[in-house]
Design a protein around this ligand. Structure first.
Ligand SMILES: Nc1ncnc2c1ncn2[C@@H]1O[C@H](COP(=O)(O)OP(=O)(O)O)[C@@H](O)[C@H]1O
Ligand SMILES: [Mg+2]
Length: 274
C-alpha cells in the first residue's frame, strides 16, 4: 500500500511523484545560504546539492551549523540570503500552503526521536497518518505495523517512550518519520547517545530501509563509523560552509587536510575551535 497515492488533503497542490520516478529529478539544492542569529553568523555561504536516492552524510564539529542546515531544508528556518530548492521549487518563493505541502514530502528524525511521552509507540507512529490523512484505522494499522516491523519494534507497540531504550526510541522515531512515505529523510545525529552496538544496529536499519524505499537520505553525524557505514556521499561542514564534498570512497581516502583532521579527530589542523 502506497501512502503517496492517497488524495484528500493539501498535498494535492503538488503533482504526485510517481513511485518509479521518485527521487530522479533535482531533489534538494542549497545555494549560498547565509543565516545569522543576532550578531552570530552561523551559515556563511553554504552550497550543497543532494543526489537523488543517495545517502549523503553531513559531518562537522558541533556548533558548526548542521542542525541549522537541516532546519532550512525542511523550511523551519528562512535564509537571510541564498536559496533552498526542494524538487525544483525555491521553498521561500512559494506560498505557505505549498511550503507546507513540500514539508510533508520530508521525514525527519530528530536527535532524541522526539516521541510524544503521553502516547505509546503505536500511537506515536500512527500520529502523522491520523493528522494528515483520512485513512481508516485498519489501513493505518497496516502501515504502522509494517513500519514497526521494519525497524524491529513490532513487539513494542504498546510500550510508552519511557519504557524503551534510547536505541528503540530512535527506531520508533524513524518508523514515524517513514509512515507518510517521504521522498527525503533527514536524520539529525541518529547515533547520538547510543553505544557502538546500538549505533551499528540502527545503521543497519537505515541501510535496509533505504534499500527498500530508495529515498534521498541526509544523515548528520559526527560518528565516523556511521559515516563509513551508510554514506554514498560525504559533505564536511565547518563554520557554516562546505569545506569538502565527495563520494564516500574518495572522502575516506582523501588527502584533504580538513577531511584528514576530522576523520583522525586531531586537534591540530585547519578545523580550529572557533
Ligand atoms: N534558533 C537559534 N537561535 C540562536 N542561535 C542558534 C539557533 N539555532 C542554532 N543556533 C546557534 O547556531 C550554531 C550552530 O548550531 P547547530 O546547527 O545546532 O550546530 P550543530 O552543527 O552542532 O548541529 C550554534 O552556535 C547554535 O548555538
Ligand atoms: Mg546539531
Amino acid at each position: 500500500m502506497d501512502p503517496q497515492s492517497r488524495g484528500g488533503d493539501s498535498t494535492d497542490v503538488l503533482p504526485a511523484v510517481p513511485q518509479d520516478g521518485r527521487g530522479t529529478g533535482a531533489v534538494a539544492k542549497v545555494r549560498d545560504l547565509y543565516k545569522a542569529f543576532g550578531s552570530f553568523q552561523v551559515m556563511r555561504g553554504l552550497t550543497l546539492e543532494f543526489k537523488p536516492r543517495a545517502i549523503t552524510t553531513i559531518l562537522g564539529p558541533s556548533g558548526t551549523g548542521k542542525s541549522v542546515l537541516l532546519k532550512h531544508m525542511v523550511g523551519l528556518l528562512e535564509p537571510d540570503s541564498g536559496t533552498v530548492e526542494i524538487f525544483g521549487e525555491d521553498i521561500w518563493k512559494v506560498r505557505e500552503r505549498e511550503r507546507a505541502a513540500l514539508r510533508k514530502r520530508f521525514g525527519v528524525l530528530f536527535q532524541d526521536g522526539a516521541l510524544f511521552g503521553s502516547m505509546n509507540v503505536y500511537d506515536n507512529v500512527a500520529f502523522p497518518l491520523r493528522k494528515h490523512t483520512d485513512l481508516p484505522e485498519a489501513e493505518i494499522r497496516e502501515i504502522v505495523m509494517e513500519r514497526l516491523k521494519e525497524v524491529g519494534l513490532e513487539a513494542a507497540e504498546k510500550k510508552a517512550p519511557n519504557e524503551i531504550s534510547g536505541g528503540m526510541k530512535k527506531r520508533a522515531g524513524f518508523a514515524r518519520a517513514l509512515v507518510l512515505n517521504p521522498e527525503i529523510v533527514l536524520f539529525d545525529e541518529p547515533d547520538s547517545g547510543l553505544d557502538p552496538v546500538r549505533t551499528s544496529l540502527l545503521n543497519d536499519v537505515i541501510l535496509k530501509v533505504h534499500g527498500d524505499d530508495k529515498g534521498t537520505y541526509v544523515v548528520v553525524t559526527h560518528d565516523i563509523r556511521t559515516a563509513r557505514k551508510v554514506s554514498d556521499y560525504v559533505g564536511l561542514i565547518w563554520q557554516g560552509r562546505v569545506v569538502y564534498y565527495g563520494a564516500a570512497d574518495d572522502a575516506f581516502a582523501s588527502d584533504d587536510p580538513f577531511v584528514r583532521q576530522f576523520l583522525a579527530g586531531d586537534s591540530v589542523g585547519p578545523l580550529g575551535m572557533d
